[in-house]
Design a protein. Structure first.
Ligand code: SAH
Length: 345
């Protein structure tokens, strides 16, 4: 095995500085290395040309530099690009570039597989294998930014944590990746352009609020009725809706950042008047908007999106209740790059 040395990219800027100080070397060397690793994205220590040889040898003796690489790439007829990216230990996750007229969005993964068991999501069949490291999340953004420049001649405008995994079950590393994505010495992307999507883990939502994070929060609600949510998102029995709501009210009180509820409407699941009323009631209790999502069928699953007149009824009732609502159409369906389809094939 060649992968025996420590991955230098798990170190923070301060830890890099400390490393040099401990070796009686100037602390600014730590900053230089940080820039090489994050801003310039070099893959080997010899490329760090402003470091004396002795410093580079010290780094080589202690560390390796992990990087992800593109294992396979598929382009949809709508311009969506899906990457299967390979991690240092050969595991593979997926990340997607989604271009629209005005935006290019990177959809990134936070875990290999997922520990949750949403009945409608392809990733749920994979089980969680491990959390992604901060550098592995960061690198997905770098790759998609490069693709955005190459294919669409513009840099990435938005990042969504809506790929494989539950970001809040890997909170520490997600936060560390966002620190570097937003750091001017990293990618320098505004936190306002970043959305973290969660199936709703109250304890971590409170923690994020306490931590004063500046990114946006989306919650995959899909039902505001406990008994229905328990069926389609079985782990939700552990995180009841009233606790979720309280954590979201806490989030809003501290961040003043409105929440987006992601919501799919399925025939025979959550398509009754009762379902719509429950959603309206839920939304009115915390500043929020609703994003109705088109359902992307996954193999071996019988759930079906409700007919458009049901979706229209949802939209009308929400609008009448002064709740903002948008409808999100699928992208990249032909290559299984759409929401919930990652790892389908
Ligand atoms: N675990 C996080 C992020 C990953 S899922 C979360 O639950 O939010 C990203 C989004 O895709 C979620 O809103 C999820 O509910 C949605 N999704 C999952 N399967 C889907 C499918 N088959 N069709 C459409 N959206 C789906």
């Amino acid at each position: 095995m060649e992968n025996t040395k420590k991955n230098i990219r798990v170190l923070t800027k301060d830890e890099l500085i400390q490393f040099f100080e401990q070796h009686d070397m100037s602390s600014y060397r730590g900053k230089q290395v940080y820039q090489w690793l994050w801003q310039k994205g070099v893959h080997d220590f010899d490329s760090m040309t402003n470091l004396p040889l002795e410093h580079r040898e010290l780094l080589k003796a202690n560390f390796q530099i992990n990087h992800i690489k593109i294992h396979a790439k598929q382009k949809s007829k709508d311009g969506t690009v899906k990457n299967a990216v390979q991690l240092y230990d050969q595991l593979v996750v997926e990340s997607v570039l989604i271009p629209t007229a005005r935006r290019t969005t990177a959809c990134v993964s936070s875990q290999v597989g997922c520990s949750l068991d949403c009945t409608f999501c392809a990733t749920a069949s994979l089980k969680r294998i491990r959390n992604l490291n901060p550098d592995e999340i960061y690198d997905q953004v770098v790759i998609i930014n490069q693709q955005s420049l190459a294919y669409y001649k513009r840099p990435l405008s938005n990042i969504v944590f809506m790929g494989m995994g539950e970001p809040l079950m890997n909170y520490k590393n997600v936060l560390a990746s966002i620190d570097k994505i937003t750091d001017p010495e990293g990618l320098g992307i505004s936190p306002k352009k970043i959305t973290v999507s969660t199936s709703g883990i109250p304890k971590i939502i409170r923690k994020m609020a306490d931590d004063g994070v500046k990114f946006r929060l989306a919650v995959s609600l899909h039902s505001a009725r406990q008994e229905i949510r328990d069926k389609i998102m079985p782990f939700a029995t552990k995180f009841p809706l009233d606790e979720l709501l309280k954590s979201l009210q806490y989030w809003y009180a501290l961040t003043k950042n409105r929440i987006t509820f992601e919501y799919i409407v399925w025939g025979g699941v959550n398509d009754s008047k009762l379902d719509i009323q429950a959603l309206v009631k839920f939304c009115l209790q915390v500043p929020s908007k609703v994003n109705l999502i088109q359902y992307n069928p996954i193999d071996g699953n019988l759930m079906k999106q409700a007919p458009s007149k049901t979706i229209d009824a949802y939209m009308k009732t929400l609008i009448d209740s002064k709740i903002q609502v948008t409808y999100r159409r699928s992208r990249g369906e032909d290559i299984d790059a759409a929401c919930g389809q990652l790892a389908n094939k």
